[in-house]
Design a protein around this ligand. Sequence first.
Ligand SMILES: *[C@@H]1O[C@H](CO)[C@@H](O)[C@H](O)[C@H]1NC(C)=O
Ligand SMILES: *[C@@H]1O[C@H](CO)[C@@H](O)[C@H](O)[C@H]1NC(C)=O
Ligand SMILES: *[C@@H]1O[C@H](CO)[C@@H](O)[C@H](O)[C@H]1NC(C)=O
Ligand SMILES: [Zn+2]
Length: 585
Amino acid sequence: MANVTTPLLANDRRETDPDTDPNDSEDALQGQSRATQTGRSWHMRLRESLLFAWALLATAGVLVLAVWASHQQQTSFDKPAGKRNLIFMVSDGMGPASLSLTRSFRQYTEGLEYGDTLTLDKHFWGSSRTRSSSSLVTDSAAGATAFSCGKKSYNGAISMLPDNTPCGTVLEAAKKSGYKTGLVVTTDITDATPACFASHVDIRSQNDDVAVQEVGNGTLGRVVDLMFGGGRCHFLPSGAAGGCREDDINVVEMAKNEYGWNYIGDRPAFDEFWEGKKEVPLPMLGLFADTDIPFELDRRNMNDVYPSLSEMAKTALRALEKATEGSDQGFFLMIEGSRIDHAGHGNDPAAQVREVLEYDKAFKAVLDFLDESDTPGVLVATSDHETGGLSVSRQVHAEYPQYLWYPAVLANASSSSEHLAHRLHSHIAQTSDNSTDNLKKYINDELIIPGFGIHDASDEELTALASHPEQAQYLFAQMISIRAQIGWSTHGHSAVDVNIYSSGGPGAEAIRGNVENTDVGKYLRNYLNVDVDAVTEELNKNFKSKRNLGMIGYEIAADTTDKVPALSEDHWVVHEELETARSKP
Ligand SMILES: *[C@@H]1O[C@H](CO)[C@@H](O)[C@H](O)[C@H]1NC(C)=O
Ligand SMILES: *[C@@H]1O[C@H](CO)[C@@H](O)[C@H](O)[C@H]1NC(C)=O
Ligand SMILES: *[C@@H]1O[C@H](CO)[C@@H](O)[C@H](O)[C@H]1NC(C)=O
Ligand SMILES: [Zn+2]
């Protein structure tokens, strides 16, 4: 407003200041009053007063109109009218380095020009600061709470605030305003990011509670219309095949019987709806894996078992568009590239590039949808945080660092380190001969050579794997990272700012440049023009958290920023021996 009113007043002043000598007009005024002085009647005085009053009113009116118009312009910009769709994408754990890694990898493997970029690159919008209320390094729960509620909270919070009260989410508010809503992920649908949009629990490990709330047994009833992802085990009772709940509630049955959900549990059932073959009835719950859907790198080899992120996203878009066809309101859909984060935690660059490429493909699918749809819409995409402290080059020799990294190493990997570790573990559980030499031979011939295309595994590497199979995933990933000369600083998250991408659209200027993650959350609700605060109020009327009831003994994380612990040997658990073992090219 200040920007608008200041020049307005300045203009006014300039316009009322006459170019001529101000004394001239004063004289004229005085001359006029002198001339009329004697013949003045009460009629004249009344007429003058009326004119004066009219002039005052007119001026006031013009001012009010001007202020109203500029206000109107602003609010209609922030909160567009008419039917519209909002797609919010989250690349969990994807920092800026992941983009450089993936862009170069793609150019290398597909023989593209230097200038050939990812679809994401073409829609770069800004960057987001990510800290939580309890730490400079956020987790996905606090990160997603910033998006869903537009508020900072503590690491672990699932749309709960530091004062232990629930905060209304953009998805809940959208549902209450008549939008259709959806969640599409590649990890457990009860994991932190999706959970933050449709449930409220004190700490993210309460997956069982999240599942029950997501299908509709929460304070607000059912708020989601479509869910696609993994994590079926949290919907099946303890003891049942594929179940991992601690209680004996069958949440799939509860969803179907109490809340009217349609349920599909595998790829063949999903395929019946592919490319509009059959209309997707809502509400629709699709759970395609017990836990995570495999990394894209591995999933490609199991394409008949699991749908990909972009396939799920396309089917969800089509379903929500169809369901809102005759409605005044559109839909809100959250799509998460969930496992970019997992590849970061595992420090596996070969798995990560394939996750990012698939995310880029899903991003493009959403843009294509927006282009083709008759309903206006906006795509906003960002990350909750970076994972792994990825760096796209690494010093692996004592000599001066080389300025390069090798995408060819990542291109040769056809399995993730996670997948090879699973295979090693099941081999050990089944084999009748666990001798180190036999294990080393199996690891090299059956896993590393075919899985990574690595033909020069060192004896140190094979011995480490055979004697510490419990660390196999990290050890495998390290073999790739070192050869590709890709660096990592942690198996956890980092505090680096993450990128924001967008199709652009009404009000999206609010998240241009460098913004706080909560600004992204506020943009979502503004674009949909929904009342999240009213939902917060409703939630707080009836809400009892397990922590308040003393049912879980969880301490909400205090701000950890100032408490610097002393260094101990435990801080150095990286496998330094292996790195120095490869000190020669
Ligand atoms: C919701 O959950 C509560 C607690 O688990 C249970 O008592 C209730 O029957 C459930 N409601 C429905 C409709 O399933
Ligand atoms: C990739 O695999 C091919 C075929 O096995 C091999 O010749 C090549 O050396 C590998 N490249 C790298 C960088 O490991
Ligand atoms: C190999 O290890 C697995 C798991 O510890 C065990 O079940 C199996 O009996 C072992 N085999 C031998 C020959 O020790
Ligand atoms: Zn993570």
